[in-house]
Write a protein that binds this ligand. Structure first.
Ligand SMILES: [Zn+2]
Length: 558
């Protein structure tokens, strides 16, 4: 699950391109050439092996090319070897998410155009560097300064990669019509070479919240506008997708009739642009974000104008046995949504016949029972059987149910068989490399698209209950670890961490994701099969939630 399939295919293409250059040059093979050819063979083996999971092998292969440059600095092979170093560091960044890998790629590229300005790799290197500054490091000033490099370097640029067209910014006038802080996201560029198709539309509606998901065949650029009601037409939110084509099987109009939406219409607005129009009942706050692998655009509509349900209300004067604990405490925790990770065609992580989807469901069912009896609140499970539910639907369920807390249950896995322990996450930028890896695993996407998610978070976090989620995560983690330690030895507390989990993006209540152990670790795997362990974990999480509920009560005292 860790190896992102897309990245491997990319590496293959990249190899195919270079093996052609290598064929032409090999006619006049020199010792430098031979060394380069051997490195190419090594790289080919590497790309097909399990070694690509480990950083040290990446460094090994990069060093091999670096040695060629150091040994034969005057040969035509030298800039090619340097270019390889740069590309490999860029690829490695796709896995590691570490900015210093990008910085190293940049220093190799710089070396090429400074030392070998007349080599064909000089232009390529400059182009790669510009792209890194623009797309990865978000440093348009630096990118622009590179674009002003001497023309002799840049004039061949178009041949290799046409400059991406920049979508015009949404005008301030349209931005003013919505209060969402996510407006800067609406003209975000998503790299594409070929057009995408709008395959289908999925939609969930509720009283205060509605989510629309457009499934796309490929990532596309998108731009959103809001139009006020005008000339008998309702207020509209429209999104232009480009380049995109409508699937011939999609209906042009879908009636919705919920509290936000009258209907969704779409059509081929221009030859290369699909326009999706949401006819609204009234102007509302919205948020749009793009998720990759598979490509989809998520549109959340929500109403912040109605008085928000207070998390803490006055303590009722009469306390008697008929009231639940939550009610007795006078707390707004009325409904908790528990999300058993994965299900159906998505088994989650696995070892032999043991699958995460079964374990997460067993623990979730037990947790639901315990929460009902401890807090007397309503508990909703996102699934009660072995069924596939997309990540964005799980979040939608929690929002539609107006849940007060959201708890997602998962099992971890690592290429390092010795890794073990329990951890609890809430949504934020990845706290470390391990957290990044776990999020990649749970999002079922490559860590490359994870760095796109990190960018997305800048806009999303403003609407997320961060502080409450952090406190909930701490209470859950502490009690879960404490509970398991009563019965088991060697229980590792991996602490509270943060990472961009798709299932937590867009949640409107305190939300955490719990990793209850590593299926890849021999000792923890044995526990994960045991109902005793399931009970202890559920008991610990329930106790943590109860402690969190109490803490809200305490902090609200005068
Ligand atoms: Zn999982």
């Amino acid at each position: 699950m860790f190896v992102p399939v897309k990245k491997i295919t990319f590496l293959f293409l990249f190899l195919a391109f270079f093996s052609q250059c290598f064929f032409v040059d090999s006619v006049q093979a020199t010792s430098a050439e031979k060394a380069f050819q051997l490195a190419e063979k090594e790289l080919n083996r590497f790309a097909h092996s399990r070694k690509i999971k480990y950083r040290r092998y990446w460094i090994e292969i990069i060093n091999r090319y670096r040695q060629i440059y150091l040994r034969y600095p005057e040969s035509a092979v030298a800039p090619r070897a340097l270019y390889r170093c740069g590309r490999l560091y860029e690829e490695l960044y796709g896995y590691s998410g570490k900015t210093y890998d990008l910085k190293r790629a940049l220093s190799y590229y710089r070396l090429i155009w400074e030392k070998y300005p007349r080599s064909p790799q000089a232009k390529l290197a400059l182009q790669r560097a510009i792209s890194i500054y623009e797309k990865k490091l978000k440093d348009p000033v630096k990118a622009l300064s590179l674009k002003k490099k001497p023309k002799k370097l840049t004039d061949r640029r178009k041949k290799h990669s046409p400059p991406k067209k920049i979508a015009p910014k949404t005008s301030t006038a349209t931005n003013n019509q919505t209060k969402t802080p996510a407006t800067s996201n609406h003209h975000k560029l998503l790299a594409v070479e070929v057009g995408g198709t709008v395959k289908q539309i999925r939609q969930w509606s509720g009283e205060n919240y509605s989510r629309v998901v457009l499934d796309l065949s490929k990532p596309v650029k998108y731009k959103a506008h809001v139009l006020k009601a005008h000339a008998g037409k309702p207020p509209r939110l429209y999104v232009d997708l480009k380049p995109a084509k409508i699937s011939p099987y999609t209906k042009p109009e879908i009636p919705i009739k919920d509290s936000f939406l009258k209907q969704i219409r779409f059509g081929q607005y221009r030859k290369d642009t699909v326009r999706v129009v949401l006819d609204l009942t009234s102007l509302t706050d919205y948020r749009i974000f793009f998720l990759n692998e598979p490509a989809r655009l998520v549109i959340d509509l929500y109403n912040n104008k109605k008085p928000q349900k207070e998390t803490v209300v006055a303590t009722p004067k009469i306390i008697n046995g008929d009231l639940s604990l939550a009610q007795q405490l006078g707390l707004g925790i009325r409904r908790i949504v528990i999300d058993p990770g994965h299900g159906g065609k998505d088994p989650g992580c696995r070892y032999g016949r043991l699958k995460e989807k079964y374990i997460s469901l067993e623990v979730s069912k037990r947790l639901a029972q315990k929460l009902k009896s401890r807090l007397g609140c309503e508990v909703v499970l996102t699934r009660t059987r072995d069924k596939f539910i997309p990540l964005e639907e799980r979040t939608a369920i929690a929002n539609l149910k107006n849940a007060d807390l959201f708890i997602s249950i998962h099992v971890n896995s690592s290429p390092n068989r010795r890794a073990y322990g329990l951890e609890t996450y809430y949504l934020n930028f990845a706290s470390d490399e391990e957290a990044m890896r776990t999020a990649a695993l749970e999002n079922a996407a490559s860590s490359h698209s994870l760095s796109e998610l990190q960018d997305l978070l800048k806009n999303i976090l403003l609407n997320t209950k961060l502080e409450e989620s952090r406190r909930l995560a701490q209470a859950v983690q502490k009690n879960m670890v404490g509970g398991v330690r009563k019965r088991y030895r060697y229980v590792k507390n991996r602490g509270v961490r943060t990472a961009p989990f798709i299932v937590l993006i867009g949640t409107r209540m305190p939300a955490v994701l719990v990793e209850i152990g590593f299926i890849s670790n021999r000792y923890e795997r044995a526990r994960l099969k045991s109902p005793t362990y399931w009970n202890l974990i559920a008991e610990g999480i329930a106790k943590g939630i109860e402690e969190y509920v109490h803490s809200i009560k305490l902090t609200s005292l005068p």
